[in-house]
Design a protein around this ligand. Structure first.
Ligand code: ADP
Ligand code: MG
Length: 497
């Protein structure tokens, strides 16, 4: 921004002191006035041609020569410059072309004055005044140089012509000078105004650009902050969730462990009682019931131990395909005829370090939930593949490490879950099923078993759109498994193809 005191242009020539600024101004000046210049060129050409009629009455003796000047030289030149304004080169050479056109128009009239005899020659200077009107559409400096050159040319021509009477010469000179000075004065103030306007527009444009870029920067910062807050919230939720699971696991595991010992005593003593009793003893049915209930309770505590990761794991190198094939008959029996089961193994063998029995238990639990979610029947898909986990993905899954994982996908088209249910499904004893139908331990077990295998799992579900569980288990030997070309996203989207 320039203050009034530090006007950035030369007060005489009006050119900006800064060369780049001056170049920008000229560019802007000629671009903005282009349509005016075109109008001027057409109007100038028209007037130059129309005044040919005057030649016929005022200076008939040289009319052929003047018409030649008008129609063979100046008018074509004006039209040529007019056409030139449409070419790409005009951006660079427009000013010289306009100067040439203006000068030619003025010089043409001076030539007519020189050739004509009085009184015609005295009258034609009016044509020069008309030309000045067009000159002063140009920049102040150019217009001044042009008009003074034409003035000098006129004066020289007229002074050399002995036929011009002194009073006429003096009067014409005075009028001519007045026109030039008034024109210069007007042109000067106009151009100063235009230059200030240009500076103002440029400053506004710059400020605007600054504001826009600051706005964009601010928007970006706000977006980033929101993302960071969102990430923070998600991580906190995750931490809270895993702390909760840890605490619940410890509590449940502690109780289950103690409870298991007590149950062992209850079942053991019930066994002794049965051994000591006669078969037909009326109390033996009570002992049977104690044993049965004790065994049920033992199964429950076993499930709780699985969740709290306190059960024994017997890991061995196994092929995922083998586990899936061996559990398939059990699953299809369990889910009933209503639900269609599709188990597809990976083409390449996937080796993992796992406890087969526990992994089968995981699949059984997931399949039984899927069956319960599709009472009317539907499709249950189970398939295995290998995925490469990026840092970003594993970061969003807590402490999981990046690398290659065996993935087991279990997807159903059941009733799905809402957000509130989805966030609680791994909690022990959380169930949405009627009393007696669900213990709420199935997924808690799944969670515990997968954690014991150093894996992780995720679930996507929408009410009415089914549920997909994905289990990720670390590969036991990367060399055993060539990485498939399919990306995790492609595999996920292929779930229901
Ligand atoms: P339970 O099956 O005894 O209810 P789970 O721990 O196996 O206990 O499951 C907990 C809850 O998670 C279920 O009650 C149900 O609401 C929900 N759930 C689990 N799997 C699915 C599924 N495939 N589709 C819909 N809801 C499910
Ligand atoms: Mg269940």
């Amino acid at each position: 921004m320039y203050t009034r005191k530090e006007i950035p242009f030369d007060p005489v020539t009006l050119s900006f002191r800064d060369k780049e600024l001056e170049a920008d101004f000229r560019d802007d000046f000629f671009t903005r006035n282009l349509s005016h210049f075109r109008q001027d060129l057409l109007l100038g050409c028209f007037l130059y041609a129309v005044y040919g009629i005057l030649d016929f009455w005022i200076i008939p003796e040289i009319r052929i020569a003047t018409w030649y000047i008008r129609f063979a030289l100046v008018c074509p030149l004006l039209l040529g410059v007019f056409l030139f304004t449409f070419s790409r080169l005009s951006r660079r050479f427009l000013e010289p072309a306009l100067i040439l056109a203006c000068f030619a128009a003025g010089a043409g009239i001076i030539a007519m004055i020189v050739m004509a005899s009085p009184p015609g020659s005295h009258l034609y200077y009016a044509g020069l005044l008309l030309c000045l009107l067009f000159y002063f559409r140009l920049r102040f400096l150019t217009a001044s140089i042009l008009s003074w050159s034409i003035f000098v040319l006129y004066e020289t021509a007229v002074l050399m012509d002995a036929r011009t009477q002194a009073p006429i010469l003096i009067s014409n000179t005075f009028i001519f000078l007045s026109f030039i000075i008034a024109g210069m004065f007007l042109c000067y103030s106009m151009e100063r105004y235009k230059r200030s306007d240009f500076l103002l527009r440029r400053t506004i444009q710059r400020k605007n650009d600054e504001i826009l870029s600051t706005n964009r920067e601010l928007e970006r910062e706000v977006r980033e902050r929101k993302q960071a807050e969102e990430e923070n919230r998600r991580l906190q939720e995750q931490l809270f969730q895993s702390q909760k699971m840890e605490a619940v696991g410890q509590l449940a595991g502690g109780i289950a462990h103690e409870f298991n010992n007590i149950l062992a005593a209850v079942i053991g003593y019930a066994g002794f009682l049965r051994m000591k009793m006669r078969k037909d003893d009326p109390l033996s049915s009570y002992v049977e019931k104690i044993t049965f209930s004790g065994q049920r309770a033992a199964r429950l505590t076993q499930d709780l131990l699985s969740f709290s990761r306190k059960q024994r794991v017997h890991p061995q190198l196994v092929k995922l395909n083998d586990i899936m094939s061996s559990v398939k008959p059990l699953l299809s029996m369990m889910i009933g005829k209503n639900v269609e089961l599709s188990v597809s193994c990976c083409d390449t063998p996937i080796t993992i370090l796992a406890d087969c029995g526990l992994l089968e238990q995981v699949l059984v639990n997931l399949a039984s939930n899927a069956r319960d979610a599709m009472p009317e029947g539907g499709l249950l898909k189970i398939y295995g593949d290998v995925v490469e986990m990026t840092d970003e993905f594993t970061h969003s899954h807590g402490t999981a490490r990046a690398g290659r994982y065996a993935r087991i996908t279990v997807a159903d088209r059941g009733h799905g879950m809402d957000e509130a249910t989805r966030t609680r499904i791994f909690e022990p004893f959380f169930t949405t099923k009627d009393v007696g139908r669900g213990t709420g331990l199935g997924l808690a077990m799944v969670y515990g078993i997968i954690k014991q295998h150093n894996g992780f799992l995720d679930v996507t579900s929408m009410p009415g759109e089914g549920t997909t569980f994905r289990i990720y288990l670390p590969l036991a030997g990367p060399s055993l498994v060539p990485f498939p070309e399919e990306t995790p996203e492609a595999a996920a989207s292929a779930t229901w193809q």
